[in-house]
Write a protein that binds this ligand. Structure first.
Ligand code: SF4
Length: 346
């Protein structure tokens, strides 16, 4: 893998701002390259530069709080390229781009995809620049190809693990989606959120993988969790303490709806929602967490239901005597359905 981190931007920021200290964080897959940059910055500018060792899964993992704790005044968040460039008081997003090419895996996918004449393309941050070449390649093989529309956070056809808003409308017009990149995590999310046949195009293994089975496993487990939670009388409602995961209005809404249904709610707050952290709360029969939906949807190790926002929506629907519906099929998994939000605000 050849991932290039935008060093030029880092140097420019440092020269413009002349910080007294810098805090850096990056997802696990980019730590090796990020360490190299941190060392380079320290040598070149003789400024203390802290690499944060806590988990970093998404653009929600910014580190403004750490900047203050470490007496610094600049934060660099590596690898979650987005339309926005700054977040919070101190954090600047630094792009990382993967040089790998998709030509070969695209050619391999063509016979398999023949029965889907209209294709939609999606990808994550590191492969955004490969969308246009991939589009052209599929078009020259005779497909009609659609890209998702850029919005105020994501570039065209870009997805995060909880945000599919660029491709969701476009997915209604295509027969199947192709996800450029090696991330099954992202491709499964796309399959679940759109309900469309979704194929992962892994440029490293040169493999094309249908996400149907993986998506179905998660969908069924999710439905089971929602129905199990329906029997619970005591709920833990968890607010995430990571900077981009504090969703207090959603926590309040869910708490209110559960209490209206006669359930007791214990309010919890934590940075990482794991089976170990939940173990001491034995009296709680089910949890709802508003931190990161993937903790619930991909979390195979919990011994009690731990519902995400869309699953909490589904639970409330059932409690109110309505149909459960295809609750995972929505543009964003961090937002409650519009109708339900409006009901609370009255
Ligand atoms: S909330 Fe979860 S899925 Fe969404 S960006 Fe953060 S880590 Fe990724």
């Amino acid at each position: 893998m050849t991932v290039r981190i935008d060093e030029e931007k880092i140097f420019k920021l440092i020269e413009e701002r002349r910080p007294k200290g810098i805090v850096v964080n990056a997802p696990g897959g980019l730590i090796r390259q990020t360490r190299g940059i941190v060392e380079k910055v320290e040598r070149k500018y003789e400024i203390p530069c802290f690499l944060v060792g806590d988990s970093c899964y998404g653009i929600c993992d910014t580190v403004d709080d750490e900047v203050e704790k470490l007496d610094a005044d600049l934060a660099l968040h590596i690898g979650h390229n987005a339309v926005v460039q700054d977040i919070g008081r101190f954090t600047h997003l630094i792009d990382a781009v993967d040089d790998v090419k998709f030509d070969s895996v695209i050619d391999k996918s063509v016979p398999l995809l023949r029965r889907y004449p209209k294709l939609g393309l999606a990808t994550f941050s590191q492969h955004l620049h490969e969308l246009e070449p991939a589009k052209k390649r599929y078009e020259s093989a005779g497909f009609e190809v659609h890209l998702g529309r850029e919005n105020n956070l994501l570039f065209q056809s870009q997805t995060f693990g909880c945000d599919f808003s660029t491709i969701y409308p476009m997915s209604k017009e295509v027969d199947a989606l192709c996800y450029l990149g090696e991330s099954e995590f992202h491709a499964v999310g796309v399959a679940l959120a759109t309900g469309k046949p979704t194929f992962l195009l892994d440029p490293y293994l040169e493999e094309v993988r249908d996400m149907k089975e993986e998506a179905e496993i998660r969908r069924k487990r999710s439905i089971l969790s929602v129905y199990k939670a329906l029997d619970a009388n005591v709920f833990g409602v968890i607010t995430g303490l990571k900077e981009g995961q504090k969703m207090l209005p959603r926590t309040r809404w869910i708490t209110k709806r559960l209490e209206m249904q006669g359930r007791r709610v214990v309010q919890l707050a934590m940075r990482d929602v794991t089976p170990d952290r939940l173990a001491p709360y034995r009296d709680i029969q089910a949890f709802v967490q508003t931190a990161c939906p993937r903790i619930s949807i991909d979390g195979f190790n919990f011994d009690r239901p731990v519902l995400s926002i869309p699953e909490a929506d589904a639970l409330v629907r059932l409690m109110e005597g309505r149909e459960i519906g295809e609750y995972l099929e929505r543009p964003k998994w961090i937002e409650l359905t519009v109708g339900l939000v409006n009901r609370t605000s009255r």
